[in-house]
Design a protein around this ligand. Structure first.
Ligand code: G3P
Ligand code: CA
Length: 268
């Protein structure tokens, strides 16, 4: 793999493999993350849910229904139960032109397994999903980060970013470890604006913002960058949109196609 990935600690535009290279392989599986690395994504993006027995797993939805052959809420299933599920066959059925036999029977990875597989040289962009549903999720996340030495004895990290739509969740992480870089996500329903006051208050705990690309414009980005905050919109899959994001001053973006974004970056 690529062992010299860039992170926000170096001044380069970051290419975040959204749910792994999820345009090519079943999201949040080891092959999707591997493909993200092979395509020289700088970060592996991981959405976290927590099992009934308190283990953090990589999954976007609160329910296992869409991305496995099982049903029900992650919070009602033990890790052992989740490990029985097939997290790849749905992809083969939904995208026959991208189907691969090796995707059959893939397992839902735990955060620990991802760290074991990709190690400290990879960069991780980790989202606390539905933190209100999972009391103790932030504490567990910080414990796993420590256990896998993703933070040093002073609590600093070179390769982890924590993101959330929940300000409360980010504040909790910030209180537990003020050294961790945080990104505040937003999901705007309408054309977005953001004020200096809002940005100042975000700057007290976060290093950047991540809004949905479709509802922002150049003015929004200008405001964010004026406050020296990182701007990482999601999910940008079209070349023209990637170019637009760069022209506006994006410092990185989430994409299902890290290979395409690298092509755009090379031309830019
Ligand atoms: O985390 C950035 C982006 O992934 C947020 O949207 O729903 O894909 O997690 P979602
Ligand atoms: Ca996410």
């Amino acid at each position: 793999g690529n062992h010299s990935n860039s992170s926000i600690h170096e001044k380069k535009i970051v290419n975040v493999a959204h749910r792994g290279a999820s345009g090519y392989a079943p999201e949040h599986t080891i092959p999707a993350y591997q493909m993200g690395e092979q395509m020289k994504g700088d970060y592996i993006e991981i959405d976290l849910q927590m099992t009934k027995d308190g283990r953090l797993v990589a999954m976007h939805d609160e329910k296992v229904d869409r991305t496995t052959n099982g049903t029900g809420l992650v919070k009602d299933l033990t890790l052992a139960e989740i490990k029985k599920l097939d997290a790849g066959t749905w992809f083969n059925e939904k995208y026959p032109q991208l189907a691969k036999e090796v995707y059959e029977g893939l397992k839902v990875p735990t955060l620990e397994e991802v760290f074991k597989k990709f190690g400290k040289k990879a960069n991780y962009y980790i989202e606390t999903k539905s933190p209100d549903v999972y009391p103790g999720m932030e504490e567990e996340l910080l414990q796993v980060l420590e256990e896998y030495k993703m933070v040093d004895s002073k609590g600093r990290t070179k390769n982890v970013l924590i993101q959330s739509f929940s300000k409360e969740s980010l504040m909790k992480v910030h209180d537990l470890n003020p050294k961790l870089p945080l990104v505040q996500l937003f999901s705007y329903k309408n054309q977005a604006t953001i004020s200096d006051e809002e940005l100042e208050s975000i700057k007290e705990y976060a290093i950047g913002v991540g809004p949905n690309f479709s509802k922002v414009d150049g003015q929004y980005v200008k405001m964010v960058r004026n406050h020296d905050l990182q701007f990482h919109p999601y999910t940008v899959n079209e070349r023209a949109d990637m170019k637009k994001a760069l022209e506006w001053g994006a410092t990185g973006l989430f994409t299902n196609y890290p290979d395409v974004f690298n092509e755009v970056l090379r031309e830019y």
